[in-house]
Design a protein around this ligand. Structure first.
Ligand SMILES: O=C(O)CCC(=O)C(=O)O
Length: 266
C-alpha cells in the first residue's frame, strides 16, 4: 500500500440531510486516511467571537508554568478545559451540522462528547513529539487497528493553523498499523483557516508544530466517543467536560444525550 500523504477535504451544506451514498463515501475515505479537513463549518466572524471569549476567560493559562487544572502537553503548550458556557454553549460549536452526520455514521449513531478543551501553544513553543493521544485498545495486537473508529477529535482552530502560528503534523493512515513510533514518511502539514476544522481518529499519529508567532495559538479539541469508550489517560488532573447549571438549562433536548457526560457546575 503506498503512503497516503494528503488529507482529504470536504465541504458539506448545513441544509438538509446528507444523501446515504455521499455519507458512505466520506466514511469510507475517512476510514482509509484517519484524518479529514472540513471546510467552512463556521463563519470567520463566529470564530473570531469564540477567540475573543476564549482570550477573556483563559488568558491566565498563557504563562509558561505548570497549572493545577491544565495538562502540560509539550514545550510551552497546555491543554485547558473550556467550559460549555457563553458562545461555547452553542450547537454550532459542539454539534456542528456540517460534521455531525459524518461523526454519527463513523460512531454508529451513538455519540457522546467526551471532552471539550483547548490545546494552546504559546509563542516560541517548539515542535511537539509525534504521539497518539491515548494507547491503542489491545495495544500490541493488530486487532486494535482493525476496529472501526471509537474516538474522534474535531480540531477547531481559533486562529489560523499554518507554518507561522503552528499547525498539527499528521501521519495519514497511521491508524491502520501497530507501531510504537510514528511512520517515517513525511507528515501532512495542513493549513487550516478559521472557520475550517480537522477531524482525526485517536489512533492516528500526530504532533503540534512550533509556534513562530508572537501570540498564543488556541485550537478547540472536541472529542467524540462511542458510549463504551472512556479516555483513561488525559484527565487525571482536570475535568474533561464542564457546563454551569444555568447553561445546561439552555441545552436543547436533542443534544442532552450527546452531552450527558458533562459535569454540571454551580
Ligand atoms: O498543538 C497541536 O497542534 C496538537 C496538540 C496535540 O496533538 C496534543 O496535545 O495531543
Amino acid at each position: 500500500m503506498s503512503a497516503i500523504q494528503d488529507i482529504p477535504r470536504i465541504r458539506l451544506s448545513q441544509d438538509g440531510p446528507l444523501p446515504d451514498l455521499v455519507r458512505e463515501q466520506i466514511c469510507h475515505r475517512f476510514a482509509e486516511v484517519g484524518v479529514m479537513h472540513f471546510e467552512q463549518i463556521l463563519t470567520p466572524d463566529h470564530v473570531s467571537a469564540l477567540h475573543l471569549a476564549y482570550e477573556a476567560k483563559y488568558a491566565a493559562y498563557h504563562r509558561d508554568m505548570l497549572h493545577d487544572d491544565a495538562l502540560h502537553v509539550g514545550d510551552r503548550r497546555n491543554m485547558i478545559t473550556v467550559a460549555l458556557a457563553g458562545p461555547f454553549n452553542d450547537p454550532l460549536v459542539y454539534a456542528n451540522p456540517s460534521v455531525m452526520p459524518v461523526l454519527e455514521a463513523l460512531l454508529d449513531y451513538q455519540v457522546r462528547l467526551g471532552s471539550f478543551v483547548s490545546v494552546t501553544s504559546l509563542p516560541g513553543a517548539k515542535d511537539q513529539e509525534p504521539h497518539l493521544d491515548m494507547p491503542l485498545l489491545f495495544e500490541d495486537e493488530s486487532m486494535g487497528t482493525q476496529l472501526p473508529s471509537y474516538c474522534l477529535t474535531l480540531v477547531v482552530p481559533l486562529v489560523p493553523m499554518n507554518a507561522q502560528n503552528g499547525t498539527t503534523a499528521y501521519y495519514p493512515a497511521s491508524h491502520l498499523t501497530v507501531s510504537h513510533e510514528h511512520p517515517e514518511s513525511p507528515p501532512a502539514l495542513p493549513e487550516v483557516p478559521i472557520g475550517d476544522a480537522l477531524l482525526f481518529d485517536c489512533r492516528v499519529w500526530h504532533g503540534g508544530t512550533e509556534n513562530r508567532s508572537d501570540a498564543p495559538r488556541p485550537v478547540l479539541y472536541n472529542t467524540y466517543q462511542r458510549p463504551w469508550f472512556r479516555d483513561q489517560v488525559n484527565f487525571g488532573q482536570q475535568e474533561p467536560l464542564i457546563i454551569p447549571q444555568t447553561e445546561w438549562d439552555h441545552v436543547p433536548e436533542e443534544h442532552r444525550l450527546l452531552l450527558e457526560w458533562c459535569t454540571i457546575t454551580e
